[in-house]
Design a protein. Structure first.
Lengths: 473, 166
């Protein structure tokens, strides 16, 4: 038995490696994703005042701090038992749309476009964003401009692009300035044009990737995402909808506070990443996918005109349920368009310039759950506090965690299809990395459990034989 | 959101929670006050990102402020920067000033004259304050940056403004 290690998987956020076990014939016998870092926010936030949680948990991530800020703020709203002012909810959602746009731009243009534009088998030394810059400067400029626009939306509202403190328990800490509103609205036509150009480009190259589409994690799974009462895509609010692999809704409009009835959490060996599963089915068969692919599979529509036209074409081309994880890219672009349109609608609402933006209260509930859609999928912050408001327990279910089981299955499928241990080529392993990238995982966001993850230490001999093993259960 | 062209761009970067790594961060904030009202834009950030390439293409002079680890703590180093391709793995998470200059030229057809002003750090340990050596150097580093900007403004013609942002 031989083992191939892809260490580290590149062009992702955070650190992970993949092990591929080969049999004596050089064929793939098994694979595993190892998430090798631990962040531990669930544990070390214990004892902190609940109102510090948005600022503390925003530090979990430099890419999607806004998602943690919002989920945490919503959990704190629940502890305070307040309904935040209409303007505050609206502005939080605008901020969230800016986050989606910048994060999706980063994933598509900076991390994944090198595979799509330069080819999975191209020279690895040039298969990166610099290679894209050289050969496709127009697309590189579009990527930079779109991400910058999303970041400027965040900094316009919240003053800082990364780790802003504008969102607070009870709302936001300052109203929107009219000049900022006008500036964002003025930038929207160019941003929308970029996404539409990119969608046109992507649809034009889809036929080049038939083999990847068929083999990039299209094994049956369930899907999950937030929807509004009418079943439309929701990023800031809404309840969870689960659909099975055939598209049948199996659980619907699950509110934040009921998530534990439907989502269980398991630990996998050799990884710090928790593995959530659909509780009514159990572990490990209750595998589901979240994020752009999951959201567009569970939603009835997006709810904005341009995104809805793309949504209709997407399902017309690929089916009612889109199973291939390769199509995360396509779905991501549609969501970027939705984010821009939704932002426009919200900013054109007269309530956007309202001045009542924060509700004040103390501890009125000893438990609170905040749930939103982060760019990578459903994000849940669940806190318990004592009478003084100090955190006594925290549970974070991060988007990438929901996809853990699905990513592992996708890796195995891609490896079994492409990897030939006797004629190994770099492009084969790049496809294994690429299927991980399709999920746009943020591993640095997602490893917070303490005492639940089994750690295994192996002592290997020169031939790879296991000489000794230590396992913490 | 299009921005106007600016004569000078100052970029101070680093992690203010890592003691002297926050040198660029703190220096740029002082410079934003000192140069207020002048044709200068000051950007303070944790790390350099690809989006800065466009802004660099819209200015005549760029000054990067950062901590370094060469020399004795508190030593100031000023050097002119030339474009240079950054290592691929650096680009998505951490860009280099020469890499950004190369990107500005390649993508937008223009790059500024650029300088790095760096100060040798004494410590990168967790902490929100600068070490005594770096803190003592701060006024001199700020003054050198102001002089560099003044000299460039005296020599170079003003950049034509193409568009004003709100």
């Amino acid at each position: 038995m031989k083992k191939i290690m892809i260490d580290a998987v590149t062009r992702i956020e955070g650190h992970a490696r993949v092990s591929i076990r080969l049999d004596d014939e050089g064929q793939v016998a098994g694979t595993q994703l190892h998430v090798t870092q631990v962040r531990g926010f669930e544990k070390f936030t214990e004892g902190r005042p609940y109102y510090e949680m948005p600022s503390i948990t925003a530090r979990i991530c430099g890419i999607c701090p806004v998602s943690h800020l919002l989920a945490s703020s919503k959990a704190c709203d629940a502890i305070m038992s307040v309904r935040i002012p209409e303007t505050a909810a609206l502005l939080r959602e605008v901020l969230h749309c800016g986050q989606f746009v910048q994060s999706h731009a980063l994933s598509f243009f900076h991390l994944s476009s090198p595979d799509l534009l330069l080819g999975f088998d191209s020279d690895p030394a040039r298969r990166n964003v610099l290679g894209v810059l050289e050969k496709f400067p127009d697309i590189a400029r579009d990527g930079i401009a779109l991400r910058k626009f999303g970041q400027e939306v965040i900094s316009g509202l919240a003053k800082e692009r990364i780790h802003p403190s504008w969102t607070v328990p009870g709302g936001v800490n300052a109203p929107l300035q009219p000049a900022v509103r006008e500036k964002i609205l003025a930038g929207l036509p160019d941003a929308k044009a970029i996404v539409r150009r990119t969608l046109k480009f992507f649809k034009g190259v889809l036929d080049q990737f038939k083999e990847e589409i068929e083999n990039f994690g299209n094994a049956p799974s369930m899907y999950a995402g937030l929807v509004d009462p009418a079943g439309k895509l929701q990023l800031y609010d809404g309840g969870i909808r689960f659909k099975d692999a055939e598209g049948k809704t199996v659980a619907d409009h699950i509110p934040a506070h009921s998530y534990q009835n439907f989502i269980g959490e398991a630990a996998l060996g050799d990884s710090y990443l928790k593995a959530p599963y659909f509780k009514p089915i159990g572990f490990p068969d209750g595998v589901y996918r979240v994020g752009p692919l999951g959201r567009l599979n569970v939603a009835r529509s997006c709810g904005t005109p341009l995104a809805d036209a793309e949504f209709a074409e997407y399902h017309q081309r690929l089916g009612k349920i889109v199973p291939s994880s390769f199509q995360f890219h396509y779905a991501r672009l549609i969501e970027a368009l939705y984010g821009l349109e939704r932002m426009e609608a919200l900013l054109n609402d007269p309530a956007a310039l309202g001045t009542k933006v924060r509700a004040h209260a103390g501890v009125n509930s000893l438990e609170g759950v905040g749930m939103i859609e982060a760019p990578r999928g459903i994000l849940i912050h669940h806190y318990k506090v004592n009478e003084e408001g100090a955190i006594t327990w925290a549970n974070l279910i991060v988007a990438t965690g929901h996809n853990n089981l699905a990513i592992n299955r996708s890796i195995e499928q891609v490896a079994r299809h492409y990897v030939d241990g006797k004629h190994l080529k770099e492009g084969m392993l790049n496809r294994v990395s690429a299927v991980v990238r399709a999920y746009d995982p943020c591993f640095s966001c997602s490893t917070h459990a303490s005492g639940q993850i089994a750690l295994r230490i192996q002592l290997l001999g020169p031939e790879g034989t296991v000489l000794d093993e230590l396992r913490s259960e | 959101m299009k921005k106007s062209e600016v004569r000078t761009l100052i970029v101070g970067y680093g992690n203010p929670l890592r003691s002297d790594d926050g040198f660029g961060w703190h220096a740029s904030r002082l410079l934003a006050d000192a140069l207020a009202g002048q044709d200068v834009e000051v950007i303070t950030c944790h790390q350099l990102t690809p989006e800065l390439a466009e802004r660099l293409s819209q200015c005549a002079l760029a000054v990067f402020l950062d901590a370094d680890c060469q020399g004795a703590p508190g030593e100031i180093h000023t050097r002119e920067l030339l474009p240079e391709a950054a290592p691929p793995q650096a680009f998505t998470h951490t860009c280099t000033p020469p890499g950004l200059l190369a990107s500005a030229e390649q993508l937008y057809g223009r790059r500024p004259r650029a300088f790095a002003i760096t100060v040798t750090a004494q410590t990168f340990d967790i902490g929100e304050t600068l070490s005594p050596a770096v803190a003592a150097t701060m006024p001199k580093a700020v003054e050198q940056t102001i002089q560099l900007v003044a000299l460039a403004h005296a020599k170079a013609p003003k950049v034509k403004r193409s568009q004003r942002s709100l």
